[in-house]
Design a protein around this ligand. Structure first.
Ligand code: MLC
Ligand code: AMP
Length: 516
C-alpha cells in the first residue's frame, strides 16, 4: 500500500532500514504490543499513513512534531511517520507538567503535537500560549480522523537525507531550562550499527523493552537496534518487576535493557516471591542483560549474577551522543566500569584545565568523538560551540578515569545533575520552583544515595516562620514539575553552608544529612 521509494544501496537512514526490512522480511514480526504482533511491512504501512497525513496537513521538511505521550504502538507509528514525512521528532517526557512542556514546545517551535488522553489536559492548559503549535493529534478518534483526513495536497513519503535532523531530545544544563540536542539521521543509524556490532545483535534476537520511548535508551537503542538487526521487540507501557520476571521466564526473549533500578527491583522481586534456588530462576533463552543511563552498583551487579546467573553488561551513553562506551560481550565485564568505546567511535579522558589526555588512573572529563555525536543544541550556536573543541571532541561533563587495559570508570560529574532511577534532575530547575513557595528564603537541591533509585532528590530549605511541612513543599513541586523531580526528603535549616564565594556547598549538605 505504501509508495515509499525503495533503495538497493546500503541504507543511510533508519527509515531506509525500515523500508529495506519491509522489502526483504515483510512478514517478520518487528514489534509486539499488547499481545499483537506487527510485521515490518505493517509497521511501514502504518507509518506511511501517518506520514502522508502529516504532509496533507502541510508539514514541511524540517518541521518539528512533538511526541508527548506514553509508550504505545502509535508512538512508533508517529515516530517513523514523522521521519518518513521529513519532519523532526521532539521527544517529551509524558509526565511533564505545563512549565516543562511549554518550554520544550516553544523552544523547538513544534507545529504538531501527538499526545495521549492522559496528557491532553496538561497541554490544554497552555495551548493558547503556544503560537507555533497548529495541530494537536490525540490518540483515539482524533488520531483516526487525522489519518483519514482529505486534502488538496497528496504527499509522497520517502527517506529523508542522512544529514537532516531527525530527533530533538531535551536535556538540561546549568540554567534550569533544558536544551534540545539535535540528532541527525546518520547519527542515529551509525550508533545503532555500532551497538549491534558490539553486542552481536542479530535477527534471531527478541528484546523485552519496558523503557520509556521518550528517551534515547528506549527509542534509539531499543527500537533502532531492533530495526538494524531486523530483529523483534516486545514493547510494554512501562516497567513492573513482576511482569518483567514472568515475561523473562517465558523463554521468548534473548535481550533485556534496563536502568539499574530495574535490576535491583528484579532482585527484590525474587526475594518477595521467596524464590531462592537458582534453578527455579532460569531465564531460558536470555543471552544479554544491559544496564545504562545511571551507575550500576557493583553490589547490584553481583547480586544479579548470584540470583539469575547472568553477568550484566554495563554501558554508558547520553542524549547528545547516544551510546559511547560498553563492557565487552566476550571478555571481562568489569563491575563499576563502563568499558571501552563502541566500534568506530572514540573516547578519551582529559585534564579539566590543560584539556590534555590524563595518565592511567587519573581523573578527568570524558570526551567523545565519532559519527554518533549530535549536531548541536537547537537554536544555541554558542552553547554548541562551547561543547566541542577544535578537533571535534565533545565534552560530556562526566568525570572518569581509564585503566591500563582501557576500561573507563565514571567517577562523578563536572555538571550538576542528580540521576534518579535513570531520569535526570537538574537541581537548579527544582530550586527555582521551591523559591516560589511562600516563606522560602534559601534553597539547595542535592542528591543523596537511595537504595531503589540510586540517587534521591533532597532539598534543604531556610524558611520564615511558620515553617511549611515537608508535604506542603513536595506537593508544591508536584504541581509545577514532573513528579519524579520532587524532593523525596526535605531538611529545614537555619542557614545553608556556603564557601568564601557565597556558593552553597552541596557536598557538605549531603555529608551532614547522611548520618540521619
Ligand atoms: C517514577 N518516579 C520516580 C522515578 N520514576 N521518582 C524518582 N525517580 C524515578 N526514576 C515517581 C513517580 O513520579 C511517582 O511519584 C512514583 O515515583 C511512582 O511512579 P511509577 O510510575 O510507579 O514509577 P517507578 O516504578 O518508580 O519508576 C521507576 C522506573 C522509571 C525506574 C521504572 O523511572 C523508569 O522507567 N526509568 C527509566 C528512565 C530512562 O529510560 N532513562 C534513560 C534516559 S536516556 P508520585 O509521588 O507521583 O506517586 C540516558 C542516556 C543513556 O540516560 O545512557 O541511556
Ligand atoms: P541524559 O542527559 O538523560 O542522556 O543522561 C546522560 C547521563 O547519564 C550521562 O551524562 C551520565 O552522567 C549518565 N550515565 C549514563 N550511563 C551511565 C552509566 N553507565 N554510569 C554512570 N552514569 C551514566
Amino acid at each position: 500500500m505504501n509508495n515509499v521509494n525503495d533503495t538497493n544501496s546500503e541504507p543511510a537512514t533508519m527509515i531506509q532500514v525500515l523500508i529495506e526490512n519491509a522489502r526483504t522480511v515483510p512478514d517478520r514480526t518487528a514489534i509486539i504490543w499488547e499481545g499483537e504482533a506487527v510485521t515490518y511491512r505493517e509497521m511501514l504501512d502504518l507509518a506511511t499513513s501517518f506520514g502522508r497525513a502529516l504532509l496533507r496537513a502541510m508539514l514541511g521538511a524540517g518541521d518539528r512534531v512533538a511526541l508527548y505521550m506514553d509508550n504505545s504502538l502509535s508512538y512508533l507509528v508517529a515516530y517513523f511517520g514523522t521521519l518518513l514525512a521529513h519532519g523532526v521528532v521532539v521527544l517529551i517526557n509524558s509526565t511533564y507538567r505545563q512549565t516543562e512542556l511549554a518550554h520544550i514546545i516553544k523552544d523547538s517551535g513544534a507545529r504538531f503535537c501527538v499526545t495521549g488522553e492522559r496528557q491532553l489536559p496538561e497541554l490544554e492548559l497552555i495551548r493558547n500560549r503556544l503560537v507555533d503549535l497548529q495541530t494537536v493529534i490525540t490518540l483515539g478518534p482524533s488520531w483516526d480522523k487525522f489519518i483519514s483526513g482529505q486534502s488538496m495536497r497528496e504527499g509522497t513519503v520517502s527517506s529523508p537525507p542522512p544529514d537532516a535532523p531527525a530527533v530533538i531530545g531535551y536535556t538540561s544544563g546549568t540554567t534550569g531550562r533544558s536544551k534540545g540536542a539535535v540528532l541527525l539521521h546518520r547519527n542515529i543509524l551509525a550508533n545503532a550499527r555500532n551497538v549491534c556490532q558490539a553486542w552481536e545483535w542479530s535477527a534471531t534476537d527478541h528484546l523485552l523493552l519496558m523503557l520509556p520511548l521518550f528517551h534515547v535508551h528506549g527509542l534509539l537503542v531499543g527500537i533502532s537496534g531492533t530495526l538494524v538487526a531486523a530483529a523483534s521487540c516486545e514493547l510494554h507501557a512501562g516497567f513492573a518487576a513482576g511482569v518483567a520476571f514472568d515475561r523473562l521466564q517465558s523463554g521468548a526473549f534473548t535481550l533485556f535493557f534496563g536502568v539499574p533500578t530495574m535490576y535491583s527491583r528484579l532482585i527484590s522481586e525474587i526475594e518477595e516471591r521467596h524464590l531462592s534456588a537458582r534453578a527455579t530462576l532460569e531465564l531460558p533463552g536470555m543471552r544479554l542483560f544491559v544496564s545504562g543511563s545511571a551507575a550500576l552498583s557493583p553490589k547490584t551487579f553481583a547480586a544479579f549474577q548470584d540470583t539469575f546467573g547472568h553477568t550484566i553488561l554495563e554501558r554508558y551513553g547520553m542524549t547528545e551522543t547516544l551510546m559511547n562506551l560498553t563492557n565487552p560481550l566476550h571478555g571481562e565485564r568489569r563491575p563499576g566500569t563502563v568499558g571501552r568505546p563502541f566500534p568506530n567511535q572514540e573516547a578519551r579522558i582529559v585534564d579539566l584545565h590543560s584539556r590534555q589526555p590524563v595518565q592511567v588512573g587519573d581523573i578527568g572529563e570524558i570526551e567523545v568523538r565519532g559519527p554518533h555525536v549530535f549536531a548541536g543544541y537547537f537554536g544555541q550556536p554558542e552553547t554548541t560551540a562551547a561543547s566541542f573543541d577544535a578537533e571535534g571532541w565533545f565534552r560530556t561533563g562526566d568525570l572518569g578515569s581509564i585503566s591500563s587495559d582501557g576500561y573507563v570508570t565514571i567517577c562523578g560529574r563536572a555538571k550538576e545533575l542528580i540521576i534518579t532511577g535513570g531520569l535526570n534532575v537538574y537541581p537548579r530547575e527544582v530550586e527555582e520552583v521551591l523559591q516560589q513557595y511562600a516563606g522560602v528564603r534559601e534553597v539547595a537541591v542535592f542528591g543523596m544515595p537511595d537504595p531503589d533509585y540510586g540517587e534521591r532528590v533532597c532539598a534543604a530549605l531556610v524558611c520564615d516562620d511558620p515553617q511549611p511541612t515537608p508535604e506542603d513543599v513536595i506537593q508544591h513541586c508536584k504541581a509545577h514539575l514532573a513528579s519524579f523531580k520532587k524532593p523525596r526528603t526535605v531538611f529545614f535549616m537555619d542557614s545553608l553552608p556556603r564557601n568564601a564565594m557565597g556558593k552553597v556547598v552541596k557536598g557538605e549538605l549531603a555529608e551532614k544529612f547522611k548520618a540521619r
